[in-house]
Design a protein around this ligand. Structure first.
Ligand code: HEC
Length: 300
């Protein structure tokens, strides 16, 4: 079936006269006040923000440089006075006065013999995180200044969006954390035997960090269900680690050997309780952790 022109005309008329839907607005995802403080601290001034009203205002921008811009709710363009390749604090929420915007991103002007030959816009704003489709608002604002539509290019550069709430860090894996404990425990023992006290204390401190920060939030392995791992971790941190510290500080090898042995007993106790008895920690400093020496032959 073919539609005659006369049949189409009324439909087109209706489509053209229907008002455009109100432009979607995007809120900033980052707090505004700290940005204002930063701008002030670096000597920036809100009154330097460009709000081009005519083509000549746009022509003041450096050719080939990217400038941050927003289109405010009233359709007005606001452009940073300094391009992004020079460190500056004219960030998107500053350009938008902390309020919502129709779109945000960066804008680049190319010149051929003085006159603007091309304007490129993208939606790369972490703070507002607008979709590419919102750039229609930028096109409208730039065309309103007198740039021809065919001189404007839209570049799709999806931003790495700022999250309103940072994603919680993934829990570390118990085995990976334990592997580090093993390396450091072995090194602490060997360092002490070699008289390298500072290194021994450094490794002990790292183990303390692991026991107080990483292990409490590490994901326990399945086999350890029903074992109070956290209780043992805390006991190790509050008794064995201070004992090792004192022994290292005392510079007495005998004291260190005793503290090391007590610690290894705790390590092994937890390994057995959690179904990992085969991870044997030697009770004497200077040996490989875990034990890798040949299993002694069993009497028949
Ligand atoms: C709170 C209980 C607990 C304590 C205390 C403990 N471990 Fe472990 N360790 C485990 C568990 C559970 C695993 C098995 C982890 C897994 O399978 O993901 C393990 C595994 C290991 C491994 C093998 C890691 C690998 O993947 O190769 C080493 C090495 C190790 N522990 C060293 C030590 C040392 C050294 C100490 C004492 C300083 C210690 N552990 C204290 C529970 C403990």
């Amino acid at each position: 079936m073919r539609l005659s022109t006369s049949a189409l005309a009324p439909i087109l008329l209706v489509a053209c006269s229907s008002p455009r839907p109100p432009a979607a607005l995007f809120d900033s995802r980052v707090p505004y006040e700290p940005l204002v403080d930063k701008l002030k601290a670096s000597g920036g001034r809100a009154d330097l923000i460009l709000r081009p009203g005519r083509l000549v205002d746009l022509e003041r921008l450096d050719s080939g440089k990217h400038y941050k811009f927003v289109v405010r709710p009233d359709g007005v363009l606001a452009i940073a006075p300094i391009p992004v390749d020079q460190p500056n604090d004219y960030v998107h929420p500053i350009l938008g006065d902390g309020g919502p915007v129709r779109t945000a991103g960066t804008l680049e002007i190319d010149r051929a013999g003085g006159a603007i030959s091309r304007v490129v816009v993208d939606q790369n704003s972490k703070a507002y995180c607008p979709p590419a489709s919102s750039l229609a608002a930028a096109l409208d604002a730039i065309v309103a200044l007198g740039v021809r539509g065919d001189q404007i290019r839209v570049q799709n550069r999806p931003p790495v969006c700022a999250d309103a709430e940072p994603a919680p860090e993934a829990a570390p894996r118990y085995g990976a954390v334990m592997a580090e404990v093993g390396i450091r425990f072995e090194r602490m023992g060997r360092a002490m035997k070699a008289g390298r006290l500072d290194l021994a204390e450094f490794e002990r401190g790292e183990i303390e960090e692991i026991f107080t920060e990483d292990l409490p939030r590490a994901e326990p392995p399945r086999e350890s269900a029903g074992v109070n791992l956290l209780g043992v971790v805390q006991a190790f941190a509050s008794t064995n680690l201070p004992e090792l510290k004192k022994a290292i500080e005392s510079r007495q090898e005998a004291a260190f050997v005793r503290a090391y042995q007590n610690a290894a007993v705790t390590c092994n106790g937890c390994h057995r309780a959690s179904g990992h008895g085969f991870v044997e920690i030697p009770t004497e400093p200077g040996q490989a952790v875990p034990r890798l020496d040949p299993v002694p032959a069993r009497p028949r």
